[in-house]
Design a protein around this ligand. Structure first.
Ligand code: UTP
Length: 290
C-alpha cells in the first residue's frame, strides 16, 4: 500500500530556542528565506504524499497563513509585475492538501500523534517532526516510504549519533538487513547509561507508522520528561510486530536547538546559486578574524 498521508507535529513549546519561541513557532524559523516547515512539507510532497496534517497549538496560526493564499500580497505583486515572487507565493498555497488540528495540551510527541487518529483512518502514514529539516537528492520521507512498501512494517529513520547525543535521543536495537535497512526489535528513549543503550542508532525526525500505533498510544504512560513519548509506543510496536530502520541519506538540521539553526542557515546559504558565492566570500573574510 502506498503512503499518501503525512502528519507534521508542530505543537511543541520549543523551550530550547527561547526567547525566539516565546510568541513565534520554531517551525517558522527561516533557513535563508524559507520557514523550516516549508522544507518539510516540500519533502513530503516530493515523496508522493497528497494529504498533510499539521498539528499546532495556540500561537501557531501563522503556520496556517503560510500555506494559504495571501490575496492582498498577491494583488500587490501582480500590480508590480513581480511575477516570480507571485508564482512562489501561490505555489506554497497549492503544494498539497494541508489541514490543521490543535493539540490542546502539550503532552508530548506521542500525544500529538494520537490527535491525528481520525485524519489517518485505516492507512499507513508518515510522521515528519516539525523541527527536523532533512535536505537531500532523495527525500528522506521517500526512502522510508519505499521501505514500508517493501517490508510492510512500521519504519523509523535512523542514524548513528555520538555517545553524548544518544542520552538526549533514543537508542535502537538493530540487526542489518540490506540496502541501508535494519530490523528494529527494541528501543529506548533517552538512555542514560551504557547498559541501557542498545546501539548508537537513534531515530531522527522521520517515521512511517501503521494505524495500530493509535491503540498502543491509548495505553502509553507518560515517560521521559513526564510526556507521552512516541518512542515508547514504537517500542511496543518494535517488540511485538518488529519495525524497520532506514539509515537515510541527506543533510539533517535540528531546528530545535540554536547550533542546528545556525548550521542550517550557513550550509543552505552556501548551496544557493544566488547567494552562495557572496556568502562564501564573506565567510572566508570572517574566518580570518577568528
Ligand atoms: P521536541 O521535543 O523536539 O519539541 O519535539 P519541543 O517540545 O518543542 O522542544 P523543547 O525541548 O521544548 O525545546 C519534536 C517535535 O514534536 C512536536 C514539536 O513541535 C517538534 O516538532 N511536539 C512536541 C508536539 O507537536 N507536541 C508536543 O506535545 C511535543
Amino acid at each position: 500500500m502506498k503512503v499518501k498521508k503525512a502528519i507534521i507535529p508542530a505543537a511543541g513549546l520549543g523551550t530550547r530556542v527561547l526567547p525566539m519561541t516565546k510568541a513565534s513557532p520554531k517551525e517558522m524559523l527561516p533557513i535563508v528565506d524559507k520557514p523550516a516547515i516549508q522544507y518539510i512539507v516540500e519533502e513530503a510532497v516530493a515523496a508522493g504524499i497528497e494529504d498533510v496534517l499539521i498539528i499546532t497549538n495556540r500561537g501557531k496560526g501563522i503556520i496556517e497563513d503560510h500555506f494559504d493564499f495571501a490575496p492582498e500580497l498577491e494583488a500587490r505583486l501582480e500590480a508590480g509585475g513581480k511575477t516570480a515572487e507571485l508564482e512562489e507565493v501561490r505555489r506554497i498555497a497549492r503544494l498539497c492538501n494541508v489541514t490543521f488540528i490543535r493539540q490542546k495540551e502539550t503532552k508530548g510527541l506521542g500525544h500529538a500523534v494520537s490527535c491525528a487518529r481520525s485524519f489517518v483512518g485505516n492507512e499507513p502514514f508518515a510522521v515528519l517532526y516539525g523541527d527536523d529539516v532533512i535536505i537531500g537528492e532523495d527525500p528522506a520521507c521517500a526512502q522510508l516510504c519505499r521501505a514500508y512498501e517493501k517490508y510492510g512494517k512500521g519504519v523509523v529513520g535512523i542514524r548513528e549519533v555520538t555517545p553524548e547525543q544518544i542520552k538526549k535521543y533514543s537508542s535502537m536495537k538493530v540487526e542489518p538487513l540490506q540496502d541501508g535497512c535494519f530490523a528494529v526489535t527494541d528501543m529506548v528513549e533517552k538512555p542514560q547509561t551504557p547498559e541501557e543503550t542498545f546501539s548508537l542508532y537513534s531515530i531522527l525526525g522521520r517515521c512511517v507508522l501503521t494505524p495500530d500505533i493509535f491503540d498502543i498510544l491509548e495505553h502509553t504512560a507518560p515517560g521521559a520528561g513526564g510526556e507521552i513519548q512516541l518512542t515508547d509506543a514504537m517500542k511496543e510496536m518494535a517488540q511485538t510486530a518488529g519495525m524497520i530502520g532506514v539509515a537515510f541519506t541527506g543533510n539533517r538540521y535540528d531546528m530545535g536547538n540554536k547550533l542546528g539553526i545556525l548550521q542550517a542557515t550557513c550550509e543552505v546559504a552556501l548551496s544557493r546559486p544566488d547567494l552562495g558565492p557572496d556568502f562564501a566570500a564573506y565567510l572566508k573574510e570572517l574566518v580570518r578574524t577568528l
